[in-house]
Design a protein. Structure first.
Length: 347
């Protein structure tokens, strides 16, 4: 076969270009297949211990050369086809460090620059555009980081302002609540001033006793620490007495508070009944006056007027005795008053 080739004529330029294109296409297919053999571990299925061993024994390629070919096939898969021609590995190599989604952009920009200068695309064009893209991307990343930091700072500031606003709102609400509570406390104090004063005195005495107890306890601890035990029993008796006194004062305070609450309740009930009785009395007086006017005009019997007058008098007596009971604590027999008033009416 080689003997016959010696008598073949030299290739024409067209034939040479065709054969060269076919060889390049075969190289492209080889790169693609090497990529698949690497990523899908075809070398292991063939019994090789590693990808490097497969490349060395089957293709006489070093590991770096083998990886460059497979990586070139992977990068080329992201780029648009250029008329069936294979892109040289040297032109694809600068795109290795470029993210996959940006590879087509960098490649197209390199082609555009070469065309603008009237030259063929070369590795230097791709390398220059890739470096510019990485520099621009790093600048954008740094700008994004700075912007994020500023936004974080603004967010922190906004959170601080919001916290201050919340604190101010809570403070105002607390002041309003405190003001309302203070006003209510004053109104209660006006109703039960005497009991409140006694409670305050009891609380002060309890606090004073508590302070004295704490002081004695400290003195007791100091005496124990210093090894002085001479007055320990006397101090203990005094402490016990103070604790008993505190308990008594606290009980007295609780009783006074209970009395105050009871007094508040009784005052409310008494006030309610006083208002009701006053209203009834006023209504009866109004009726009595109306009856008198009717009698003067001759429309109402005098006996009915007298009966209403007696009822009005009886209710007035009932109201007066109830007021006396409220003011002086006298015994008040409601049934007796009503029976007496009824007897007066019948008589």
């Amino acid at each position: 076969m080689s003997h016959d080739l010696q008598f073949l004529p030299d290739m024409t330029p067209e034939e040479a270009r065709t054969k060269h294109t076919e060889l390049k296409s075969l190289e492209s297919v080889m790169r693609s297949m090497l990529l698949e053999m690497r990523d899908r571990k075809g070398w292991r299925a063939l019994g090789f211990s590693s990808w490097a061993e497969y490349g060395e024994k089957e293709w006489n390629y070093s590991l770096s050369q083998l990886d460059r070919l497979a990586t070139a096939a992977r990068i080329e898969s992201f780029l648009p086809p250029i008329g069936g021609l294979q892109i040289p590995e040297s032109q694809l190599r600068p795109l290795t460090s470029i993210p996959d989604e940006a590879k087509p952009e960098v490649w197209q920009e390199a082609i555009a620059r070469a065309l603008a200068e009237g030259k063929k695309i070369g590795a230097k064009y791709v390398e220059d555009v890739a470096n510019e893209w990485k520099l621009k991307n790093d600048t954008l990343q740094n700008s994004l980081i700075e912007t994020t930091k500023k936004l974080d700072f603004k967010q922190i500031t906004l959170n601080a302002v919001k916290q201050q606003s919340d604190d101010l709102r809570h403070s105002i609400a607390a002041q309003i609540t405190a003001g309302v509570s203070e006003q209510l406390a004053k109104e209660r104090a006006n109703l039960i001033l005497e009991n409140s004063s006694a409670i305050q005195q009891a609380e002060r005495k309890a606090l004073d006793a508590q302070d004295a107890l704490e002081k004695l306890k400290k003195e007791q601890a100091k005496a124990i620490k210093d090894g002085v035990t001479k007055d320990l029993n006397a101090k203990k008796i005094e402490i016990d007495q103070l604790e008993y006194r505190i308990e008594s004062l606290q009980k007295q305070e609780a009783d006074l508070k209970q009395s105050r609450n009871l007094l508040n309740h009784e005052n409310g009930v008494i006030k309610q009944h006083q208002d009701s009785i006053s209203t009834i009395v006023e209504a009866i007086h109004d009726i009595k006056g109306a009856l008198y006017l009717a009698a003067e005009s001759g429309n109402t019997p005098v006996e009915l007027i007298n009966e209403w007058a007696e009822i009005s008098y009886a209710v007035s007596q009932l109201s007066r005795q109830f007021v006396d009971f409220c003011n002086h604590g006298n015994t008040f027999d409601v049934n007796g008053v009503v029976m007496q008033s009824t007897a007066n009416l019948v008589g």
